[in-house]
Ligand binder design. Structure first.
Ligand SMILES: [Zn+2]
Length: 161
């Protein structure tokens, strides 16, 4: 649990196991970079949610990614949902832009920045797939709420008009 954020960051035991496996096999920088990218991605969601006054329960780092757990009981405007869902991939876009600037200026190793850009794009593109509970699925569902009159939303996340 962290003291420097108003919510805890929890790391799943399998994530720790995966990290240890990467360290043993010599991929420490790769897993540390991915850990940082996923954490910044989730902090983007949390910052947007906090901006709208949502209560953030915690950020979870799982073996396959991360989750910002928020309390809003599904009763927030679709526009807010859309912005909060988009905030994670936008963090990845910002990190890619930052990496391009660092490469252009000549700070650090170009090979590491190239890995950093590829990892960011992988995380962003995976999250933008239009599948729930990924960001793309949430954005699609929220867009349905922004632009259409929805009378019901099925448990599968498919808009029913
Ligand atoms: Zn996300």
């Amino acid at each position: 649990m962290t003291k420097w954020l108003p919510f805890p960051i929890r790391v799943h035991p399998l994530f720790v196991l995966l990290a240890l496996l990467c360290i043993v096999t010599g991929y420490f920088m790769e897993i540390a970079t991915l850990f940082g990218i996923v954490l910044i991605h989730e902090l983007g969601h949390a910052a947007a949610a906090k901006n709208f006054g949502w209560k953030i329960r915690e950020i979870q780092l799982l073996p396959f990614g991360g989750v910002a757990v928020v309390d809003h009981a599904g009763n927030v405007p679709a526009k807010e949902e859309l912005i909060v869902a988009a905030a994670g991939p936008l963090q990845n876009a910002a990190m890619v832009a930052f990496a391009w600037v660092m490469m252009w200026v000549g700070v650090g190793e170009a090979a590491w920045w190239e890995y950093f850009i590829r990892a960011n794009m992988m995380v962003a593109l995976f999250n933008l797939m239009p599948i729930l509970p990924l960001d793309g699925g949430k954005m699609l569902l929220s867009a349905c709420g922004c632009f259409l009159t929805i009378t019901a939303i099925s448990p599968t996340g498919i808009c029913v008009f």
